[in-house]
Design a protein around this ligand. Structure first.
Ligand SMILES: [Zn+2]
Length: 256
């Protein structure tokens, strides 16, 4: 009819709203030292919580504590100022860590995730990590505290947390399945078959595929979160800015 017209307006509906409330999705975490948590979900999302800036600040306080300790009179081992710095350092770390767990679990809950797989962290600490990384994780990252908090928040949201062995996942190539010829350099995992990807994100995806019976959707562009003293703010990763791509070839090479 000539007196009728229609308009079409494209509307973007977030993935979470497309899923029924009964949807049962899953996620897997790779817990590390530089990237505190890398996460892949069966809904096709990947999250990376970057801890380097946070660790830098933790380290500064540690250095200041060492400087003050070297100036103590003989026979003295601490001072009010030193104790205050220790407390401050712990408080800041716990704040960021608790915020990370909550941010992540809320995100997963909104996506309809009901099961989260996490590696056996004690095993990881003992067998795969260098002394340097161990120092970083024991003092700074405080693994046990993190695991405990993660379990508590998951419980609060009704998400089941399952501890599974993650043997080989961090070295396994998702392209060909090899885990002997792959090379990890910095953040990048490469394989003679031609695969190249972000090592921690790849590990979390491999870990997810190994444990989940759900269909795993193709991964969207990862989101990288950084701590800004108040919350974890996220940006697509790697960034699109051509300048950053030029000045940071390692980031540029990580693509999907
Ligand atoms: Zn391969």
């Amino acid at each position: 009819m000539s007196d009728t017209f229609r308009t079409f307006q494209p509307v973007t509906v977030p993935d979470s709203r497309l899923d029924s409330p009964l949807a049962s999705h899953e996620a897997a975490l790779d817990v590390g030292a530089n990237n505190l948590v890398a996460c892949s979900t069966t809904t096709g999302n990947q999250y990376l919580y970057d801890g380097r800036e946070l660790f830098g600040r933790f380290r500064e306080t540690t250095d200041e504590i060492a400087r003050l300790q070297s100036k103590l009179r003989e026979g003295r081992y601490s001072s009010n100022q030193i104790r205050r710095l220790y407390r401050q350092r712990t408080k800041r770390r716990d704040h960021a860590q608790n915020a990370l767990v909550r941010d992540l679990v809320e995100r997963l809950y909104d996506e309809g995730v009901t099961t989260v797989y996490v590696g056996d962290l004690t095993d990881v600490l003992e067998t795969h990590w260098s002394v340097r990384v161990n120092e970083k994780t024991h003092n700074f990252w405080a693994f046990k505290k993190f695991s405990h908090h993660l379990a508590c928040i998951c419980e609060e949201y009704g998400i089941s947390l399952e501890v599974e062995s993650e043997a080989w996942t961090s070295q396994t190539c998702p392209g060909c399945g090899d885990h002997e010829e792959t090379v990890r350099h910095g953040e990048t995992l490469t394989c003679p078959c031609g695969f190249e990807g972000h090592a921690d994100l790849t590990a979390s995806e491999t870990f997810l595929r190994e444990n989940s019976d759900c269909e795993v959707r193709p991964m969207a562009r990862p989101v990288r979160f950084e701590w800004n003293d108040h919350d974890w703010s996220g940006k697509p990763y790697p960034h699109e800015s051509p300048k950053e791509v030029r000045t940071n070839p390692q980031v540029a090479s990580v693509g999907r």
